[in-house]
Design a protein around this ligand. Structure first.
Ligand SMILES: *Cc1c(COP(=O)(O)O)cnc(C)c1O
Length: 306
């Protein structure tokens, strides 16, 4: 049984917004679950790793981009559980830049076998033909989709909320593929509303969530994605740095930073009724900061303080 603490952060909230009767907000520190297997990725991998063992298999193959938290987490968990991991990485050009990419260098050091493919081929990653091709290259493997979302991942994420969390009226969570949010929706109570903060532009994620849940006490907004996946600007970086200074809690720039920024904006606009209690899920992702800082440096933008 893993226990993760909920940390009250509304002192900062009140100060930031200069509001006295601001909703109470707590942060579930899933980022502290494991030193390398980041927050929600740990939840998503748990039953999948068990399945690999139960099926007597030895290799797990999955997909991801250059700075993928999922790739880093899978590599580390594979090593810990004695499972060989193969990462199919988007972008052939990365092949001879592994050492310059903190995520890929970490995955490699954890023993993950990295295979780089072109962006065109990567788009075909879910087709039977390419899977046949990978079987030919690597032999038998357990397949985990990009981002690690499948029914066992959703099952793992159903364990994020605990009975003590029923006191909260709102649960806020960042959304990539939607697996984490779906798990939280599944284990939520009818009086709770789940608000997803999309890291991507567009409303296609609603369809994804509906694949995994029949409940309707949820909504997703892409209003705080800062233009799209992995896009950041100075305002977001400043927010993340200020939050860290005030609370001593690090946020990542792709998911949790945007979610907290969004929660603050929604709170200012009166979205949360007076006296409501909010639980925000810190899903981790801190390994991505280093890689993001390399990008920020290139663009002459301020860096995220680690
Ligand atoms: C992957 C990830 C998410 C998104 O999870 P999904 O289940 O794909 O929606 C959110 N936060 C962090 C830190 C992540 O690494």
């Amino acid at each position: 049984m893993i226990s993760v603490s909920n940390q009250l952060i509304n002192i900062y909230f009140q100060e930031y917004l200069n509001l006295k009767d601001f909703p109470e907000i707590s942060l579930k520190r899933e980022d502290q679950i494991h030193p390398f297997v980041s927050g929600n990725k740990f939840r998503k991998l748990k039953y999948n790793l068990k399945a690999v063992k139960d099926q007597n298999r030895h290799t797990l193959l999955t997909f991801g981009g250059a700075f993928s938290n999922h790739i880093a987490a899978t590599a580390s968990a594979g090593r810990e559980y004695g499972i060989q991991t193969i990462g199919i990485i988007r972008g052939e050009e990365l092949e001879d830049k592994i050492d310059k990419n903190p995520t890929l260098a970490f995955a490699k050091a954890q023993g993950m076998q990295l295979q780089f493919i072109s962006r065109e081929k990567y788009k075909l990653k879910d087709t039977p033909d390419i899977l046949k091709y990978f079987k030919k290259c690597f032999g038998d493997f357990y397949l985990l989709p990009e981002g690690g979302t499948n029914s066992l991942a959703v099952k793992g994420c159903e364990e994020i909320l605990t009975p003590q969390d029923t006191i909260f009226d709102y649960i806020c969570v960042p959304v990539g593929t939607g697996g984490t949010m779906a798990g939280i929706v599944n284990s939520s109570k009818p009086h709770q509303r789940i608000v997803g903060f999309s890291a991507l532009k567009g409303n296609f994620l609603e369809k994804e969530i509906k694949k995994w849940t029949t409940k309707t006490n949820w909504e997703i907004t892409d209003a705080f994605c800062f233009g799209g996946y992995a896009k950041v600007n100075e305002e977001l970086v400043d927010f993340i740095n200020e939050f860290k200074t005030k609370t001593n809690i690090a946020l990542d720039p792709i998911y949790t930073g945007k979610m907290l920024y969004g929660i603050f904006e929604l709170a200012k606009s009166g979205f949360f009724p007076k006296n409501s209690r909010i639980l925000a899920i810190h899903t981790g992702g801190l390994q991505g900061i280093q890689g993001m800082n390399l990008q920020l440096k290139k663009k002459n933008l301020p860096l995220i303080e680690i």
